[in-house]
Design a protein around this ligand. Structure first.
Ligand code: ATP
Ligand code: MG
Length: 261
């Protein structure tokens, strides 16, 4: 189990973003973390993976545990070595490097022996990347770059994979491919924390889901229950009276309704 307990995070020592976030990801499950822009999803992920420093943020209280081992605020490389890998928002691949160089970079915490075999396993999972192993990553399409970013994270052989909005900006057909891939990764034994604004996609494969609002978990329930929840349907799945309301519109929607944004 990957566990976050009562996490509080501030940026610049003053901007309180996470106000007591608790969540857990079982290794056999896919857990969705939903929430509007600015809710604190990416910040929660940075806190888990030890990447707050570079953003002038820090954990003020709370804990992050992997299989009961404390990794709160540990060095990012140690967290990867402990079995937690992430795919950052905006699929940051090294554009000037080849596909294979990108994948190998994901294995930097692994011992050299075994990397080649694991590379073959990743290529097996992503035949498309195998075909383009010598191509520069910057020349790949958005969907292919997302796959490369996921493949790179898998090179560390994580027990838990954290994905920050993997479907963002991708065509529906490509989102389907990414979704199927996440299911396969999970079936192969990796727990997944899936941050998504695409709630329909996330809840269709998740076992459990959390909704974050202003740095607090406001809903915590099995995914099927969240998908059936009328608030979720209205705000997050766009099935409400106002029709097309997407998660990105949530703030405007609330403002229009005269609710606190
Ligand atoms: N480095 C930073 N310094 C100061 N404030 C920050 C920093 N990074 C994020 N924030 C603020 O923290 C809040 C949460 O941001 P975060 O990126 O975690 O949200 P999010 O839920 O991932 O949103 P999005 O859906 O837009 O990606 C926002 O108000 C944001 O402006
Ligand atoms: Mg974000």
């Amino acid at each position: 189990m990957l566990e976050v307990r009562d996490l509080h995070v501030v940026y610049e020592d003053v901007i309180l973003v996470c106000r007591g976030v608790s969540l857990s990801v079982p290794q056999h499950g896919i857990v969705a973390l939903l929430g509007a822009n600015g809710a604190g999803k990416t910040t929660t992920l940075r806190a888990i993976t030890g990447l707050l420093d570079v953003h002038r943020g820090r954990i003020t209280s709370g804990r992050v545990l992997i299989h009961d081992r404390e990794i709160t605020g540990a060095d990012p490389a140690r967290i990867v070595a402990a079995g937690v890998s992430q795919v950052m928002e905006g699929r940051r691949v090294f554009a000037g490097f080849t596909v294979e160089e990108n994948l190998r970079a994901g294995a930097h915490t692994r011992k050299r022996a075994g990397v080649a075999a694991h590379l073959d396993r990743v290529y097996e999972m992503f035949p498309l990347l195998a075909q383009r192993r010598t191509q520069r990553a910057g020349l790949l399409s958005g969907g292919e770059q997302q796959m490369l970013a996921i493949g790179r994270a898998l090179m560390a052989e994580p027990r838990y994979l954290l994905l920050d909005e993997p479907s963002l900006g991708l065509a529906p057909r490509v989102v389907e491919q990414i979704r199927d891939l996440i299911v396969r990764i999970n079936e192969a034994g990796t727990g997944v924390l899936l941050i998504e604004q695409n709630a329909a996609m996330a809840l269709s494969i998740a076992t459990h889901g959390y909704v974050l609002e202003h740095g607090r978990i406001v809903l915590d329930a099995p995914a099927a229950e969240l998908a059936a929840n009328s608030d979720i349907q209205e705000f997050y799945l766009g099935l409400g009276a106002e029709g097309h309301v997407s998660l990105r519109d949530l703030k405007h929607y609330k403002r229009r309704k005269g609710w606190a944004a």
